[in-house]
Unconditional design. Structure first.
Length: 315
């Protein structure tokens, strides 16, 4: 009897050992599958706040986020623009519309590349419509953000006057700085943890070069207007982005970011909204400045005045 009991215990121990080995093999296969998926996405590590990990796929969806955070602000700024429209011929709205179209065309390939390389992904159930690997909500962001920033800038311009451009030295220095931003972005994009911040600079650097080479001296001369136009919308959009990350609407890669946060927001996300707001503000201001300079040239040169009249344009 004792021998029979001993054999039963030994058989149970042997079966338990086989079960543990099987579990380890299954865990190993799952790990290999995860690594395989990570190879396809280049990197498979993601991070977010504790609340974001708990709420992944359980919070708001992308379109609801827009209805709560971007559309109301756009509506308020649009109403404020209509009520404070001091200059009927002000070119800011036209410049904002042009910048919005450029932003949509220029940002779409970059955004798709970042998504395909696993820089960020979306919580389960937060996105239902994709176009070329990009959610509909992203396209809305490409259009709504320039409109928000442009309308805010118009309100700033009703209170702060712009100044005529000064010497050309700042233009040359800023052009070199733009080239430096681009080179730094190319360098950082070669790394893993600096990939996201590097790609932001690679994307924005060439535009900075064009803007600063063309009118850097004018932008420096109107630094107060630029700062007032950039900081408030950038801070607001970054705050909304922080909520979206915490709510699990989108999840930022842990492998492709530095891990540095400011008030809980990844530094790359804050840099993105600052850079994009700066690009919009500078673009709209340079558009206004170009039209103002054209009017001055038309008044000074008879040939340009004749060409303008023949084109049916009022100088």
């Amino acid at each position: 009897m004792f021998l029979t009991s001993f054999m039963r215990v030994r058989a149970c121990a042997r079966n338990l050992g086989r079960h543990r080995k099987g579990c380890r093999r299954r865990r190993g296969r799952r790990h290999d599958e995860t690594k395989s998926r990570g190879t396809k996405l280049y990197y498979a590590g993601y991070t977010t706040t504790v609340r974001g990990r708990e709420n992944e796929g359980k919070g708001l969806n992308y379109l609801t986020f827009h209805l709560l955070f971007t559309v109301p602000v756009l509506a308020v700024l649009g109403a404020a623009y209509l009520s404070k429209r001091l200059y009927v011929d002000d070119p800011s709205p036209l410049g904002t519309a042009i910048i919005g179209v450029i932003a949509l065309l220029y940002t779409t390939p970059w955004d798709g590349y970042m998504i395909r390389n696993g820089v960020w992904r979306y919580g389960e159930g937060t996105v239902s419509v994709f176009f070329w690997d990009i959610p509909l909500g992203e396209y809305l962001f490409f259009v709504i953000q320039p409109l928000i920033v442009g309308l805010w800038l118009y309100l700033v311009l009703t209170r702060l006057e712009t100044r005529r451009s000064g010497g050309w030295t700042p233009r040359y220095l800023l052009t070199l700085a733009g080239l430096g931003v681009t080179v730094a972005g190319l360098w950082w994009a070669q790394g893993t943890e600096t990939f996201y911040i590097g790609m932001i600079l690679v994307w924005a650097g060439p535009v900075f070069v064009l803007q600063w080479a063309y009118g850097g001296h004018y932008l420096v001369r109107n630094f107060r207007v630029v700062a007032a136009g950039v900081v408030p919308p950038a801070v607001y959009l970054a705050s909304a982005d922080r909520f979206a990350i915490e709510d699990g609407i989108w999840i930022i890669s842990d492998e492709l970011t530095t891990g540095v946060t400011v008030l809980g927001l990844p530094v790359e996300e804050g840099a993105f909204f600052f850079v994009t707001s700066l690009l919009v503000v500078q673009g709209v201001m340079l558009f206004r400045w170009t039209l103002d300079e054209w009017r001055v040239w038309v008044e000074e040169y008879e040939t340009l005045r004749c060409i303008t009249r023949l084109a049916g344009l009022d100088p």
